[in-house]
Design a protein around this ligand. Structure first.
Ligand SMILES: NC(=O)c1ccc[n+]([C@@H]2O[C@H](COP(=O)([O-])OP(=O)(O)OC[C@H]3O[C@@H](n4cnc5c(N)ncnc54)[C@H](O)[C@@H]3O)[C@@H](O)[C@H]2O)c1
Ligand SMILES: O=P(O)(O)OC[C@@H](O)[C@@H](O)[C@H](O)[C@H](O)CO
Length: 470
């Protein structure tokens, strides 16, 4: 069947909006997260604006988006509040994509538009980085902060007001980091005190935390979906229905960018730390805890874990009995977040591979779970048994003969060395401060507990070791 291409010719009645946001990044995440949210505000008549997208690197989706008149479909698939969600929507909140590598003039011309008020970005964890070779005269500077500095400088020269800048990259304190690099370029490029004062006075750099699982283009189901939709869209994006965006910024932002007013799960706050802690410990923590135990039992995906009677109890108990009690946020709020997380983990429409989460599991355990284990021990005088079993399973899985380890060479070398003497492996690993930042053999009973679980894992396997606890 020949299908109509997705375009404004095929759908002449779709709305258009003036540009109010500059967005660095045209990838799946931003289109299903920020632009999808602009669309929800527009539908409620609360924003009436679009985003002009800037390709952060030379290769990108700009040409493909242009062929579709910057339209694409977001497919929301998952379970939310016990209801199955299976929605699709053509997104009309992207006006165009500028490739600054082929059209630097149009990029700098953005500085002239008074209606542009917001700047967002997601340039991956690699994007917010200082590149000493960048110069103001480059067309464009290669780094994202370099490009941004050039645009801000042009805006300053025109005597215009600044922007509210909200980066979405998954790095801690992203807004502060971006501002730091922009200021560094301002100094290195000798852009003058007046520009630095304008940067400080006229621009607000917000830190933000994003949360939505976006698997992207549904390759395996693309043809069937096209037939169902009745048009051909080469840029459709699948996402889970859940969304959360915490923006650390001025309260007035809620009025200027009325995301919450549009019913979206967005919080503007003066301190995002508790939200970051909540996500890191209650979402990323259980991910990291389930990986070694479940991989050792032959499970493959997060959904497999949630569909397994014993392993899903492990996740629930870990969250409710050990993680939530150690977090300093209202318990009801934590409980409802934890329930949403478990629903998201069960999403039957998303194949989330445990091996993809397993990358760099040692440093993830250190930030996501170890602080909770230590606090639990200090406050309760005993070890949290599910977290401790997960810790033992992690050390066991790093013996190297059970599952493939995906970690830095130095980390793997520490484990190879320790496991060459199995009788002292637990002590050697636990006392290694390069792994944990402290000597964990000093934690009361930890060595004995880990050694006990290691023996069980060796003699009867992960499932049996878990069954003993539940
Ligand atoms: N997909 C998800 O579920 C999800 C959820 C939350 C956060 N994120 C984060 O969002 C980021 C993008 O994910 P995606 O799914 O949109 O990927 P994607 O491949 O669709 O898009 C990547 C985007 O990053 C830009 N980019 C890539 N390398 C860059 C570099 N070195 N410098 C500057 N820009 C660069 C690309 O131009 C593109 O716009 C990831 O880093 C991920 O951590 C993703
Ligand atoms: O992306 P990582 O490898 O740091 O962590 C794996 C998952 O915990 C993570 O990708 C979550 O699914 C994501 O953070 C949800 O917003």
């Amino acid at each position: 069947m020949t299908l109509r291409p997705l375009s404004r010719t095929t759908f002449p009645d779709l709305p258009t909006y003036p540009e109010k946001m500059i967005q660095f990044g045209e990838g799946n995440f931003m289109r299903a997260f920020v632009d999808w949210q602009l669309q929800q505000m527009n539908k409620k008549g609360l924003f009436q604006g679009s985003a002009v997208l800037v390709q952060p690197i030379e290769q990108g989706l700009g040409d493909m988006l242009a062929k579709q008149d910057y339209l694409y479909t977001v497919l929301l698939n998952g379970i939310m509040q016990q209801q199955t969600v299976n929605d699709h929507e053509i997104i009309t909140s992207v006006s165009r994509v500028i490739n600054p590598y082929s059209d630097y003039e149009s990029y700098l011309a953005l500085a002239e538009n008074d209606e542009l008020e917001f700047i967002t970005s997601n340039t991956t964890e690699a994007g917010i980085a200082y590149r000493p070779e960048d110069r103001l005269a480059d067309a464009p500077p290669k780094s994202f902060p370099g490009k941004l500095t050039a645009l801000l400088h042009k805006r300053f020269e025109l005597g215009k007001k600044g922007f509210t800048i909200i980066p979405c990259e998954l790095i801690d304190r992203n807004g502060e980091k971006l501002k730091e690099i922009v200021l560094q370029y301002a100094n290195d490029w000798q852009l003058g005190d007046a520009f630095i004062q304008w940067l400080e006075r006229e621009n607000t750099f917000c830190c933000s935390l994003v949360d939505r699982i976006v698997p992207g283009y549904p390759r395996d189901k693309a043809q069937a979906l096209a037939e169902e939709l009745g048009y051909q869209d080469h840029l459709m994006v699948t996402a889970e229905p859940f969304l959360f965006w915490v923006i650390e910024g001025p309260a007035s932002l809620s009025e200027r960018l009325p995301l919450a007013k549009a019913g979206l799960n967005v919080v503007v706050t003066d301190d995002m730390t508790p939200y970051r802690e909540r996500k890191v410990h209650l979402l990323n923590g259980p991910h990291t805890a389930m990986v070694p135990l479940a991989l050792l039992a032959g499970l493959e995906t997060v959904e497999d874990v949630m569909n397994d009677a014993a392993y899903s109890v492990f996740v629930k108990k870990l969250i409710e009995d050990e993680l939530i009690p150690m977090l300093d946020l209202p318990k009801e709020e934590l409980q409802s977040y934890a329930e949403a997380v478990q629903e998201r983990f069960k999403n039957p429409f998303i194949r989330h591979e445990l091996t993809s989460i397993s990358l760099n599991s040692i440093s993830k355990f250190k930030t996501r779970l170890l602080p909770v284990l230590l606090r639990y021990q200090r406050e309760k005088g005993e070890l949290p048994k599910f977290t401790t079993l997960a810790f033992a399973a992690l050390l066991f899985s790093y013996r190297g003969d059970k599952i493939e380890r995906q970690d830095g060479a130095e980390v793997i070398a520490v484990f190879d060395q320790a496991w060459s003497r199995p009788e002292s492996a637990a002590v050697t690993i636990l006392q290694d401060e390069s792994l944990w930042g402290e000597d964990l053999t000093k934690v009361p009973n930890l060595v004995q507990a880990i050694e006990g679980y290691l023996q069980q894992l060796e003699s009867s396997g992960s499932r049996a070791a878990l069954q003993q606890l539940i």
